[in-house]
Design a protein around this ligand. Structure first.
Ligand SMILES: *Cc1c(COP(=O)(O)O)cnc(C)c1O
Length: 384
């Protein structure tokens, strides 16, 4: 990547995050088609919480809508309100549910709360009465996560007393899998059985169970609506197997300065790395404030002009040091772009190095990066 200076923000930026919208769209189409292969009219939503897993919901959302995506999930109402500005018509569901006192906000912005217990259902019904209009409702049943959602007892109440939904339009019933990335885990089948038996008591209501990895558990898990997040953004839904998704982000940081040090000199805070030989050390423009975790110390590498280069010393807030002793000087000059994430190292790889998962790597992607959106080779510039 050249980091071509096609606008002021990218010209000045120490680090540039490139988001490939065409690949996000292709990932969405691939998942939707996996659902359609069942021969049923299965729809595919997009989970765009946490700013579309760090990629930029205000840009990714409309792009997926243009691709045919009709429903969107966020975690928080504020995320829903922001998305409503760029998606005036599409259903937007808020997974975290209905906080007391926010009913009018949901109504005002036409956003659907995912109702996670009977109290929220009652509050939403009361809002439908107060505003004197039928409101959409999504019901979340807890089938084993024990985090959010109707308990089995509450679900039973709802199955027995459908009148509790009067004044509401049941747009979706859903549940969430605990361990969908572990294909052999028996809890998947147990949750499926619990969800099925609830779905049977609510005839006519569309149902949704599968997140990214859940889609790959097979057609039994698909129901009417798929609910992928991570896989849209290229995170591998099949850990330990080849990634069926296309990568969507690359990250480059520029070299700020290069210095020569003697043998037995230390680099960075805490004198945590010591040179075994006379060395050349390059300092690059990103740090833990940009989501490059401190736990990466002594555990990862970057790529510079095709060379694999170790990251040395502690990660600073704004700076990372790398050992470029074995890289030709002409290729390791100030301004040179260093590949942090890209063809040589995926978000899943970096997550392994940091002892976390790619979800955390992506949602921690820094707000300070200049962002470039690629769409089939067309550069749409940095985010507004
Ligand atoms: C985050 C989330 C998803 C998406 O999960 P991925 O594993 O990222 O595909 C789906 N459903 C719910 C309830 C979620 O919280």
């Amino acid at each position: 990547m050249s980091l071509s200076a096609d606008n002021d923000a990218t010209r000045r930026a120490g680090a540039i995050l490139t988001v490939d919208l065409a690949n996000i769209a292709a990932n969405w189409r691939g998942l939707r088609d996996a659902g359609r292969a069942d021969g049923k009219p299965i729809d595919c939503a997009a989970v765009v919480k946490a700013d579309a897993y760090g990629t930029g919901a205000a840009i990714v959302g409309p792009r997926l809508a243009a691709e045919g995506c009709r429903q969107f999930f966020v975690a928080q109402i504020e995320e829903g309100i922001a998305l409503r500005r760029v998606l005036p018509e599409h259903p937007i569901h808020v997974l975290n549910g209905l906080l007391p006192g926010t009913e009018a906000d949901f109504v005002e912005f036409g956003i659907t709360p995912v109702l996670n217990h009977l109290g929220q259902l009652n509050a939403w019904r009361a809002a439908a009465q107060r505003f004197n209009r039928p409101l959409d409702a999504v019901i979340h049943i807890d089938t084993g996560m024990h985090r959010l959602g109707f308990s089995p007892e509450e679900a039973q109440v709802l199955s027995n007393e459908r009148g509790r939904l009067r004044g509401l339009r049941l747009a979706l019933i859903m549940s969430h899998l605990v361990a969908s990335e572990e294909q052999a885990n028996p809890i998947n089948g147990e949750q499926l059985a619990r969800f099925r038996s609830f779905v049977r008591t609510m005839p006519g209501a569309p149902a949704s169970l599968a997140n990214s990895s859940g889609i790959f558990l097979g057609p039994d898990y698909h129901f009417d609506l798929l609910r992928p997040g991570a896989s849209l953004y290229g995170i591998n839904p099949l850990p330990g197997q080849p990634n069926p998704m296309l990568p969507t982000v690359t990250l480059h940081a520029r070299i700020l300065q290069v210095r020569r040090i003697d043998a037995l000199q230390t680099v960075g805070y805490g004198a945590a790395w010591r040179s075994a030989r006379p060395s050349r050390v390059a300092t690059i423009a990103l740090g833990y404030a940009d989501g490059y975790f401190r736990t990466l110390i002594n555990r990862t590498h970057v790529h510079l002009a095709g060379h694999k280069v170790p990251v040395i010393g502690r990660i600073s807030m704004d700076l990372v040091t790398i050992d470029v002793t074995d890289v030709p000087e002409a290729e390791s000059q100030p301004g040179a772009p260093v590949e942090i994430l890209g063809p040589h190292l995926t978000t899943d790889d970096l997550a392994d190095h940091a002892r976390t998962n790619a979800y955390e790597v992506m949602t921690a992607l820094g707000r300070r990066y200049a962002r470039v959106y690629l769409d089939a080779g067309v550069d749409t510039g940095p985010a507004a």
